[in-house]
Design a protein around this ligand. Structure first.
Ligand code: AKG
Ligand code: MN
Length: 201
């Protein structure tokens, strides 16, 4: 169901040039509450820096990269040493694998502590993700708006990502669209997002 911006939205967000399918109630609210609590407690949160206009600035969020030991990952130009899988992450990963029929061997976990935390426009198109990657993105905690912007036409498609939702980006989504979580001045609670990927070694 392509649209811009219709809230709440579910199903296919993109009319063309890739796929982004939102499943708003992927986890029940009690499952989502438990995953949020467990991941908040068990994730080895780090704050990394990124290069912006030639300067190193701290990323406006906390994050952790989880994968098998040999799968180092360079994100925002920064090499990341993987942390081992933990129980809540494995449970969420297995649910995403069962739903999508795809295996995932890495997960980037992000903590947006408040509306001031964000992730700028980017696409998950690093070569290690392979061509037309399937990326399963789980949202827990505060709702945030997710924007997709077409790289050529600059069309913007937006959707709110609810607590316990799953967004599956696939096909040519990373080739043709950027995505972001924008800052908001609203007073909001923390949000955890996990993006599962399959890295080609
Ligand atoms: O927080 C989100 O929903 C998006 C996260 C994201 O795009 C990423 O980790 O690459
Ligand atoms: Mn991304």
């Amino acid at each position: 169901m392509p649209g811009n911006p219709l809230f709440p939205i579910s199903g296919e967000l993109l009319a063309s040039d890739g796929s982004a399918v939102l499943v708003p109630d992927f986890f029940s609210s009690s499952e989502a509450d438990n995953h949020f609590k467990d991941l908040l407690a068990k994730t080895p949160w780090e704050q990394h820096s990124l290069s912006m206009f030639g300067k190193q600035v701290l990323e406006p969020r906390l994050s952790a990269w989880h994968a098998e030991a040999e799968l180092a990952y360079t994100y925002s130009g920064q090499p990341r040493t993987p942390h081992p899988w933990n129980d809540p992450l494995t449970a969420v990963r297995m649910a995403c694998e069962a739903h999508t029929g795809h295996l995932f061997n890495g997960a980037l976990v992000n903590l947006y502590r408040s509306g001031a935390d964000a992730m700028g426009w980017h696409s998950d198109d690093e070569p290690i993700n392979g061509i037309n990657p399937v990326i399963a993105s789980v949202s827990l905690g505060a709702e945030r708006r997710f924007d997709l912007r077409h790289k050529r036409t600059h069309e913007v498609v937006s959707a709110v990502l609810p607590h316990g939702s799953l967004l599956v980006m696939s096909g040519a989504c990373q080739t043709n669209w950027h995505h972001r979580i924008a800052k908001t001045t609203r007073e909001i609670e923390p949000r955890i997002n996990v993006t599962f990927r399959f890295l080609c070694c």
